[in-house]
Design a protein around this ligand. Structure first.
Ligand code: HMG
Length: 386
């Protein structure tokens, strides 16, 4: 029995910042951002969207009347939680009208949380092949105005259903992981913006990638020649390129060309959206499926990394039934309908934060189906506009 990702959908708001505008405002060369960092645009998340609404707007496309009753568990990966106690998965479960006989929990380990969800779901479906698990990766990446990390901000959500005989991606059983207590990036409870040791975090990412790639090869007896493409956690797309380059010499010359071309396909969407922490690897996987000419049976390698730090290299094969048409259409419509912000609008949206008292938010700039309408009695209020 094959187990893996049956459906994979993405959501982020339409407001975005062109990074050439950011470069001019910050006195940097645009090529530093476009080539040196590998980002062109970044999603800007209004105050009327949080991890819950981002997730709901993505998940509504993978939870339908056809599978609602099969979903036994919601695993919500996020590092942008809205409560220190109650999980974002409980709010999501209600917004999606999922049945009550369900487990719904939040998983936190920086950008790695959704991968923990995928792997736990894989093992669960092995035991319960008639059931499905909804796995979420939803975040808002914030470093602060005028910081080196600003160009790597972004946000959004991916929603995946993990099932037996999946339509998209069959997961292999072999997987290699590693965790170590490292201070490369963190966000204390009292802060809304992350703290980061930028260069150090890049080095740790590469060290973890090399270590789990080596362990994976020893375990699976596979080598680079067995792979058609790799998808990486992309905090900024140059990071994935650096990781790929670290192992590229292991491939033949013709395979190097194929891997590089497929890497370009895998970073297309992320380049325009920015970092979305937990969802980033899976947006890249979606980008690969939608923009490369993949064929059923081809093997893809995935590297997940969460600062702090935890890394995992795992793999899978393209499903026989794989069809990217609907997703390609969704992204094409989405990118055409985006609203470019100028620097003043971006800085205003960025600094608008939820107060810690009752408030009614202005929804006029947010056309999403699920929105945060405000706070009442210290409780976030959500609206499904359908
Ligand atoms: P910086 O110091 O502004 O940039 O910060 P830089 O001076 O290092 O330049 C960046 C690159 O642009 C360099 O290339 C330059 O040579 C190049 P590299 O040496 O890296 O190959 N460059 C140019 N290229 C072309 N034309 C030009 C030009 N000028 C310069 N004119 C940094 C960069 C990434 C450190 C910063 O943005 C940052 O701190 N970002 C946030 C941290 C981050 O994303 N770390 C990644 C690994 S950790 C991770 O992935 C986990 C994370 O997602 C969080 C989680 O797990 O929850 C972050």
């Amino acid at each position: 029995m094959q187990i893996g990702i049956d459906q994979l959908a993405f959501y982020t708001p339409k407001t975005y910042l062109d990074l050439v505008d950011l470069a001019h405002a910050r006195g940097e060369e645009p090529d530093k951002y476009k080539i040196g960092i590998g980002q062109s645009e970044q999603a800007v998340i209004p105050v009327t969207q949080d991890a819950v609404t981002l997730a709901a707007n993505a998940a509504v496309r993978v939870v339908t009347d056809a599978n609602r009753d099969k979903i036994a568990m919601v695993l919500f990966g996020t590092e942008s939680g809205i409560d220190n106690s109650k999980s974002a998965a409980i709010y999501l479960k209600r917004l999606l009208k999922l049945p009550d006989a369900i487990r719904a929990v939040e998983i936190k380990q920086a950008c790695y949380g959704a991968t923990a969800g995928v792997q736990f779901a894989h093992d669960f479906v092995r035991l319960h092949p008639d059931q499905q698990v909804l796995v979420i990766g939803a975040d808002i990446a914030r470093y602060g105005l005028n910081t080196p990390g600003e160009v790597t901000q972004g946000g959004g959500a991916v929603a995946m259903t993990i099932s037996a005989n999946p339509q998209l991606f069959n997961l292999d059983d072999e997987t290699a992981f590693r965790s170590e207590d490292i201070m490369d990036f963190w966000r204390p409870l009292y802060r809304t913006e992350a703290l980061v040791d930028g260069r150090f975090s890049e080095n740790v990412y590469i060290d973890f990638f090399k270590a789990v790639w080596r362990d994976y090869q020893a375990q699976s007896k596979r080598s680079i020649g067995d792979f058609t493409a790799f998808a990486f956690h992309l905090p900024f797309t140059k990071m994935g390129l650096k990781a790929l380059r670290a192992i590229l010499p292991e491939a033949s010359e013709s395979q190097q060309k194929e891997l590089m071309a497929n890497f370009e396909a895998s970073r297309q969407y992320n380049r325009q959206v920015g970092n979305l922490y937990t969802g980033s690897l899976y947006l890249s996987l979606r980008s690969l499926f939608d923009n490369a000419a993949l064929k059923p049976g081809q093997r893809l390698g995935l590297f997940s990394y969460g600062s702090g730090a935890e890394g995992e290299f795992f793999s899978g094969t393209v499903s026989d039934e794989f069809d990217a048409t609907e997703s390609q259409k969704w992204f094409s419509t989405y990118f055409k309908s985006r609203q470019r912000l100028d620097m003043t609008q971006y800085e205003r949206l960025f600094t608008q934060q939820l107060p810690n008292h009752d408030v009614l938010l202005d929804l006029s700039d947010d056309d999403a189906r699920f929105v945060l309408t405000g706070i009442q009695h210290d409780q976030r209020q959500y609206l499904d506009r359908n």
